[in-house]
Design a protein around this ligand. Sequence first.
Ligand code: PLP
Length: 426
Amino acid sequence: MASQQSERNEIERLDREYTLGTWTRQRDFDPTQIADTEGPRIVTAEGDSILDFSSQYVCTSLGYDAERVCDAVDEQIRNVPYVNPGWATEPRARLSEKLAEITPGSLKKTFYSTSGTEANEVAFKIARAYTGNHKILSRYRSYHGATAASLSASGDPRRVAQGPEIQPEVPGMVKGPDPYAYGSSLDPDKSLEYIDEMLELEGGTVAAVLVEPLVGSNGVLTPPDDYLPKLKQIAHDHGALLICDEVMTGFGRTGEWFASTLYETEPDIITMAKGLTGSYQPLAATTVTEEIGEYFEDNLLNQGHTFAGHPTACAAGVAAIETYEEEGLVENAREMGEYLTAELESLADRHPSVGERRGIGLHQGLELTRSTDERVPFEERSDKVSSNTTVLDEVGAHALDNDVYFYTSVNTIVVTPPLTIGEAEV
Ligand code: PLP
């Protein structure tokens, strides 16, 4: 026991000493070692079994017992672990076919990368090449990734925290308002009119309108039902494509394979990652319509990554989709989502600090407020990137003391359990 204790301490010490932590001042980087996983739980080296209602950045939608995925990765890694993307492999071909099947409408051809960030960068390049326009219009309450272009397209506080001295924003990124009512003076009903007018004023220079159909880390924002189809029409009216960033909402999270389907919209491009393999392997994808695919038959697609369509990752993708299908996980997300919605709704009615419940399926959020009448936010948005402990951090820490983990962000408790979750855990 004593030697185990020192081993545990050694891992955390080594990690702290030699790893640069993400999105943090290193002084605040203090990771706890996770030594095991079981079902929807992560287990610390000290033996605490924590019910994970975050799915680890909304990634582990299959939970931790997806044997089929483990077997597929194991087999592939021993068979053809890697060849460069110029060669065909069975898992990549099968995964591309599967994605054409489960994505809406005429979405057909897929370009692979390894992170949601890259999937969005690729989408920008494709939209620019296809339309001949260069700007990307996104919204203030959004996160699309961490590299220069995708972070510049994000409205997330992390974009501001970078500071122009570290990373100047990429030119050609235009931001419009969200259809978001709570605590905002912007009229949500007018947000589409604003975007229409902005596109008009940009004078046909915008290649794509980029949105998370259901916003994730910027507060779980649910749009009005007719928002997405109208947005697509407005984009097309101005010669721009609609890119739906489904990095968080894809693969059943909202009770449909893709949130775009919830809103009966066929985007021109969908980007995805996280749930694509249940995060058993890092893999991201940018899927385009047949028409856009056709365009590149004779025009150069000047983009590529060494690990694009990595066979082992694609094998995990195929097995993950089969697992969603065979275990009825998309349906489970819908059913458990209804139950979760009812429970969170009743909490919102009863609790003086819960301003609003938002979300669909297993993609839920509770916005906290200092005053439900005046809709006063608990924290300023910038607090997310400061090192001060916020009330939201304290709420998260309190949950952790009770062996439940969830992500907190911009005044919102984000509730996104794995799709395998049952009623007892909810
Ligand atoms: N888009 C959305 C909606 C996301 O939530 C994220 C990450 O959380 C990204 C893009 C970026 O993905 P990645 O962190 O894999 O680069």
